[in-house]
Design a binder for this molecule. Structure first.
Ligand code: 1GP
Length: 249
């Protein structure tokens, strides 16, 4: 595989993408690979490995190895800290939690981890990660000043700042398991202002959720809970069907 950033940029030229988030703590090794294989067969474009609890390097490496041998799409670490970084994956989302009050999550963990990442030769995708209300667990653990759902202009400011700082993507996150996804109006305003790809995740459970966000301009949808709770059932299939429709296929 070439550089993941280039693979994704190329695919984005023909329409929106879907990433499947798998937690190696809940779905270790071959179980992660089985979910990935089913998701990719339905059209998912990349596998994100991560979760909100501390995942050991060994567990992350085992999941990444199993997923990589099961599917041809990028396997990307969605880190909750430096302990899960492994060169077995194709890339890591090198993400700054933009609206956290914890300086370590904004930049200091990155400073501690950057030498290791460079040494491993692991590709990084610099990403501005912005948590929108309700924020769920990442909002609490990350000590986030969540962006209110009725304040799209605040999200636009952060997203543009991320772009101007040279980040490659912006991720609007309502929080895993959120009762509803990021508001469509916020997605629309951020997308209209932004020149880099916009990822949206948290609380996407149905095809209707996916369609609303894609119509608003989301370029990548991330889902995790829907497969953890329902497998590759109606919800997940509906979401992938909307992504394929938006790609014109
Ligand atoms: C969480 O945005 C992702 O970081 C996915 O959220 O688990 O609600 O799909 P869900």
């Amino acid at each position: 595989m070439g550089r993941v950033a280039d693979v994704l940029a190329e695919r984005l030229r023909s329409g929106p993408l879907h990433f499947t988030l798998i937690d190696p703590d809940k779905s270790p090794g071959e179980k992660a690979a089985a979910i990935a294989a089913g998701a990719v067969a339905l059209g998912s474009d990349a596998i994100l490995l991560g979760g909100s609890t501390g995942i050991s390097r060994e567990k992350m490496a085992a999941a990444a190895r199993a997923v990589k041998s099961a599917v041809p799409v990028p396997t990307i670490i969605f880190p909750e800290g430096p302990s899960s970084i492994t060169e077995v994956a194709d890339a890591v989302l090198f993400m700054s939690l933009l609206n956290s009050r914890r300086l370590d999550l904004v930049i200091r963990v990155h400073a501690r981890t950057a030498p290791l990442i460079r040494k491993l030769g692991l590709e990084t995708i610099a990403l501005g990660y912005l948590v929108i209300a309700p924020g769920m667990r990442v909002g609490e653990v990350g000590e986030v000043d969540v962006v209110p759902r009725d304040a799209p202009e605040v999200a636009v400011g952060y997203a543009l700042a991320a772009e101007l700082l040279g980040m490659r993507m912006v991720y609007l996150e309502a929080g895993s398991g959120a009762p509803s996804p990021v508001p469509a109006e916020m997605v629309h305003q951020v997308r209209t202002a932004l020149g880099i790809p916009l990822i949206v995740g948290g609380g996407i459970r149905t095809g209707a959720d996916a369609r609303t966000l894609l119509d608003a301009g989301a370029q990548v949808l991330v889902t995790g809970t829907v497969t953890e709770e329902e497998g590759l059932g109606e919800g997940f299939r509906g979401i992938l069907s909307e992504v394929r429709r938006a790609r014109g296929g």
